[in-house]
Structure formats: structure tokens, C-alpha cells
Design a protein around this ligand. Structure first.
Ligand code: PGA
Length: 250
């Protein structure tokens, strides 16, 4: 049984002050789904205190795949484990597009995150052009091949993948549950080719792109969708609590 995951991706939002304010107003009901917040590096030192006594996990939005050294401005996996991070988002489309991250670089990050004892949340997803040209699977396969080829079956089973079609991110135009399920089924089949049936069956695959409390249930009703990676809506405590509650009641 795969445990449902509801993960927030705050992106470059919420200062320390905003974060304290968020958790003063965030009252999720206790539930069976896993709740995770991936937040800016600057918020990580204060999170443990703010979520003390809850089951909330936290993580980073990025990492540099080296232990230490002359990498000005970068943050290592060990720096994140010291702050209690369980997860690291790798390969978000904003980093691929704005910062030019390649599949090969993202693959290095995934390996570094595993080596440090954390779990990567690998983001994949096609743009509008690929979708229109019927090249979605081809595009996803290229992103997946590069990241999965170096992993053991056990790591594939632990990996979290977020299917985030670029056209659905921050647009208010979420994919339909059918489109998301189709792509996620394809991702699971691809994972099976690399890690075998058991690994593919235990790997959690999330949908991301304009998820909110009004549509979360429609995604979670699909067989292969194990949760959501949520940007904009995760910044609002009442909305995020509502999403989490609905996810737990599925
Ligand atoms: P969104 O972002 O929920 O604001 O569409 C999702 C993401 O980029 O992870």
C-alpha cells in the first residue's frame, strides 16, 4: 500500500516571519496521509520548532550534488540532513527552464540526496508544445531514463516522482485527472523497466499543477496517483489544511 503524500512547494515565497505566521494559522486534522513542506533554505532552521509535536515532514527545494568545497552560493546534502530534511525536490521545471538544469545534473542530485539518506522528489513533465505534438511520453521517457538508470531497484521503490505538466503549473488550468493518470501510469511502467514490478508498485507518484482543495479529490481517486505537489495553494494555511483533510478522507 502506498501512503498518500501531500507536499507543499513554497518556491521563493514566505520569509521567516511569514513562515511563523503560517504555522500559527495552520491546523491540519490528524490524518493518515503524509504531510510535507518543501520550503526556502532560509526557513529550514526554524521549521523543526514550528512543527514540533506534529507528524509533518519537511524538505528543501534544491541541493548541490557535492559534499563540500568551492561552490559559492550552493547548499550540500549534509547541510540539509543537519536541518532534519527528509526530502529534496530535484529537477523542478522552473529550475530546468530558468536555471538551465540538465537531466544529467538532476540525476547527480538524485544520487547525492539518496547517498545522504534523504528522499528525492523528482519532478518531470512536458510543456505545451510536446503535449500538442503528441510527444508527451517521449519527453517523459527522456527525463526518466536519465534519472532512473543509475538507481538500484530499492532506490526506485523509495523515490517520489511528481508529474507536473509545465502548462498546468501556476496557470489555474490543472490537467484533467484522466490526463494526469495516463502520464503517471506511463511513468510507473517506465520505472518498472528499470526497477522491476515491486519497485514500481511501491514508488509514489504525485500530480502537480494548479492543485487546490476543489480538485484534489478528483486526482486522488485515480488508481496510480499517490498524492500531490502543491505550489500556490500550499502558501495558504486554511486551503492547505483543507487539501490535506480531503486527501486523508479518500
Ligand atoms: P502550482 O505549482 O500548484 O502553483 O501550480 C506546483 C509546482 O510548481 O510544484
Amino acid at each position: 500500500m502506498r501512503k498518500i503524500m501531500i507536499a507543499g512547494n513554497w518556491k521563493m515565497n514566505h520569509t521567516i516571519k511569514d513562515t511563523k505566521d503560517f504555522f500559527q494559522h495552520f491546523f491540519p486534522e490528524k490524518g493518515s496521509a503524509e504531510l510535507v513542506f518543501c520550503v526556502p533554505f532560509t526557513d529550514l532552521p526554524i521549521l523543526p520548532q514550528l512543527v514540533k509535536g506534529t507528524d509533518i515532514h519537511w524538505g528543501a527545494e534544491n541541493v548541490y550534488p557535492e559534499e563540500k568545497g568551492a561552490f559559492t552560493g550552493e547548499i550540500s546534502p549534509g547541510m540539509l540532513t543537519e536541518l532534519g530534511c527528509s526530502y529534496v525536490i530535484c529537477g523542478h521545471s522552473e529550475r530546468r527552464q530558468i536555471l538551465g538544469e540538465s537531466n544529467a545534473f538532476i540525476s547527480k542530485k538524485i544520487n547525492a540526496v539518496f547517498a545522504a539518506g534523504m528522499t528525492p522528489i523528482l519532478c518531470v513533465g512536458e510543456g505545451q508544445k510536446e503535449r500538442q505534438n503528441n510527444q508527451t511520453e517521449e519527453f517523459l521517457k527522456e527525463e526518466l531514463d536519465s534519472s532512473l538508470k543509475d538507481l538500484t531497484a530499492e532506490q526506485i521503490g523509495q523515490l517520489v516522482i511528481a508529474y507536473e505538466p509545465i502548462w498546468a503549473i501556476g496557470s489555474g488550468q490543472a490537467a484533467t485527472p484522466e490526463i494526469a493518470e495516463g502520464a503517471i501510469r506511463f511513468i510507473r511502467q517506465t520505472a518498472e523497466q528499470y526497477g522491476g514490478t515491486e519497485a514500481a508498485d511501491s514508488m509514489r507518484i504525485l500530480y502537480g499543477g494548479s492543485v487546490k482543495s476543489a480538485n484534489i479529490e478528483s486526482f486522488l481517486q485515480e488508481k496510480n496517483i499517490d498524492g500531490a505537489l502543491i505550489g500556490g495553494a500550499s502558501l495558504h494555511p486554511a486551503e492547505m489544511a483543507d487539501i490535506y483533510k480531503k486527501a486523508c478522507n479518500i
